[in-house]
Ligand binder design. Structure first.
Ligand code: 6R9
Length: 647
């Protein structure tokens, strides 16, 4: 841990919306009187019919219910587009930078309106209506944003599935929310390589045995794809036939906006459900204050729209604020490791928001690929997705930001809809590695295993004591699971699944997941998901998966695999199993290490002792803890010997 503190630079104190005293006063007001505070800030979006109630929430087990602004009527697409047209029809809404540096374009708010309305009409012609679920499986092209906004315009609920997921994972997500309409592209393009998106959709539908009525295919690469008559349609052909005007559906504040599947410690990925009014108020307000977004700024978040960061901080937050948001199709190291910095210079980016794993990977190539670019336009840097280690923070600050740009280390989750713990650049002195202080209305607490609230400088589990407008409302189709996952561990509080330290200055330091979720390059993986993929292989009898420290990814995937009795371990089988998991879930779930284990450490009741497996994966053989309760303590010695032999 670094104890170094970086004070707010003088120019930031002068230009930012809020200084330290203003933040303190506003935070105090937000927690003292949430109704009054959010009644005021709820007005930042346009309501067709204003809300008369503000907060109506309960975290009490058995009756968990979260409603904000519940009688207000609005529309998210209207707020992200139409509302801006009078003043900024000619302002750039989206800057698109292609995978290939020679490809880029800009889309003004006026053009965005026409594109989204056309997309909405294409959907409407395929009978997509308010409340219907639409799955979006797209590369990072403007049509991905048009598709999301078109759903929002019609009141359809989108479920964006990251383009790196396999046909199986896609199929699971299509069937869970019963989408009858899928939006995809012929192929994606990343780092010069093609991703067979349409072929994956075909494979997913085949696995499901049908149930999908419409597949809308955007042409990206022009690669050959199979088009199923009646079911499949080229977007450009359908769009040619429709008008560029489409009325925005009047939506209740609590009508669903989107579902986003995310991994938990058990079972299948959960469909996190976000609704309309509170989500947009929270996404837009955090985007404005955390990034100190001012008129004319060019803002770039490098996430993919398949993750929540892309939803809230590429599309909805920035567009609701009338911002210019950059959308990047490519990867940080193509065609060279200078790409991020070249894009910053090309489009004169002022605010840059990325993930620690990207910083750590780029750090490996040294300073020269950064230094050779200007980056003079940069004013603010951001980090999200996992804890940022102080070394990476210092490098980001000193090399990328030339020491002049504050870093906002933003802690939040798919479930939280927007940023909960974060510095504000004009208000917060920074400590490398700390997400610092709560945003308005957020009441973090550190509790011990029994749920006792710990005061002062301390360490424990992070809970949030009360609701905020961007909070998820339920697990789609399974409210019971929502209550069990988030409100049963510490009754009356939202349990984040993260560990946390609070220092003597009241700064929060997120220490990582305390459940069976691992964070690989900022992507959440449930260990149970990888295990069930492994045991689905005919040669595997049992598998246990844990995270281990990885220099670039943060955490890597370590799999202990017990083979069927008649199968011999081999290098070939190891490779086959890695390929198998990639195929079952997607490349992000590829195990980094597979250790063949004749037996796994289990309690007498048959529960795998992951604590021990984690220690072995971390090479901490000395403190394996108490192994006396194991059914067969001998297996631990075998595992340790094998691990040591491998090094
Ligand atoms: C937005 C997003 C959520 C989990 C979260 C935590 C980790 C995210 C972080 C961070 C430390 C930060 N996390 N931001 N940990 N510092 N600034 O990433 O959502 O994909 O749902 O992941 O990511 O462990 O619980 P999601």
């Amino acid at each position: 841990m670094s104890d170094k503190t970086y004070p707010v630079p003088a120019e930031w104190a002068a230009r930012a919306f809020l200084d330290a005293d203003e933040y303190a006063a506003m935070y105090q007001a937000s927690v003292a009187d949430p109704d009054g505070f959010w009644a005021e800030h709820g007005k930042r979006i346009h309501w067709f019919s204003p809300f008369t109630t503000v907060k109506n929430t309960s975290f009490i087990p058995g009756q968990v219910s979260i409603k904000w602004f519940e009688d207000g009527i609005t529309n998210v697409a209207y707020n992200c587009i139409d509302r801006h047209l009078a003043e900024r029809a000619d302002q750039v809404a989206i800057i698109w930078e292609g995978d290939n540096p020679s490809e880029s374009k800009t889309i003004t708010y006026g053009e965005l309106a026409a594109e989204v309305n056309k997309f909405a009409n294409v959907l409407r012609n395929r009978d997509v209506q308010k409340g219907d679920r639409v799955t979006i499986y797209m590369p990072m092209i403007p049509e991905a944003a048009y598709a999301m906004l078109a759903c929002a315009r019609l009141g359809a609920i989108h479920s964006v599935v990251f383009g790196g997921f396999s046909p199986d994972s896609l199929a699971g997500r299509i069937s869970d929310c019963e989408s009858r309409c899928i939006i995809t592209a012929d192929e994606g393009l990343r780092g010069g390589r093609k991703v067979p998106l349409k072929a994956n959709v075909d494979a997913a539908i085949e696995r499901l045995g049908g149930g999908v009525d419409h597949v809308i295919v955007v042409r990206r690469t022009g690669g050959a794809v199979n088009m199923e008559p009646i079911r499949d349609v080229w977007y450009h052909e359908a769009a040619d036939l429709v008008s560029d005007e489409c009325p925005a559906e009047h939506m209740n504040a609590e009508d669903p906006l989107f579902i986003l599947y995310t991994s938990g410690s058990t079972g299948k990925p959960k469909g996190v459900l976000h609704t309309t009014g509170g989500y947009l108020v929270y996404a837009s307000m955090t985007h404005q204050y955390v990034f100190d977004y001012h008129e004319g700024d060019v803002y770039w978040c490098t996430a993919d729209v398949g993750w929540v960061t892309g939803h809230s901080y590429i599309v909805y937050g920035p567009l609701a604020n009338g911002a210019t948001t950059l959308m990047f199709e490519g990867v940080p190291n193509y065609p060279s490791v200078s790409r991020f910095w070249e894009v910053i210079d090309k489009h004169q980016v002022n605010i840059f928001y990325t993930a620690p794993t990207a910083i750590r990977a780029l750090m490996q190539s040294g300073e020269e690929p950064v230094r050779k670019t200007s980056r003079a336009s940069l004013r603010l840097l951001g980090s999200v997705g996992e804890p940022i280690n102080p070394e990476a923070w210092e490098w980001y600050h000193r090399v990328v930001g030339e020491g002049r740009c504050p870093i906002v280390d933003t802690w939040w989750q798919t479930e939280t809809g927007g940023i909960l713990i974060t510095p504000l650049p004009g208000a917060t002195a920074l400590k490398p590695g700390s997400a610092t202080h709560p945003f308005f209305g957020v009441k973090p607490e550190v509790v011990d295993a029994e749920g006792k609230v710990l005061d002062g400088a301390t360490e424990g589990n992070l809970v949030i004591a009360d609701s905020w407008p961007g909070q998820m409302r339920t697990v789609y189709g399974d409210h019971e699971r929502f209550e069990q996952t988030y409100f049963a561990t510490y009754p009356g509080k939202y349990f984040t699944g993260d560990g946390c330290r609070r220092d003597a200055d009241g700064y929060y330091w997120i220490t990582g997941r305390v459940d069976d979720v691992i964070n690989v390059s900022g992507h959440r993986m449930g260990t149970a998901e990888v295990e069930s993929a492994l045991v689905a292989h005919p040669n595997v009898s049992e598998a246990a998966v844990v995270g281990f420290p990885h220099d670039i990814k943060g955490q890597g995937i370590y799999a202990y695999v017990t083979l069927m009795a008649d199968v011999q371990p081999s290098e070939e089988l190891r490779k086959e199993l890695v390929a198998w998991v990639r195929k079952e879930i997607g490349p992000i779930a590829s195990p980094d290490l597979i250790q063949f284990a004749p037996g796994l450490p289990k309690t007498r009741s048959g529960k795998i002792m992951r604590r021990i497996l984690r220690k072995i994966a971390e090479d901490q053989f000395e403190n394996l803890g108490d192994t006396s309760t194991l059914a067969d303590p001998g297996v631990v010695d075998d595992l340790v010997t094998n691990r040591q032999n491998k090094k």
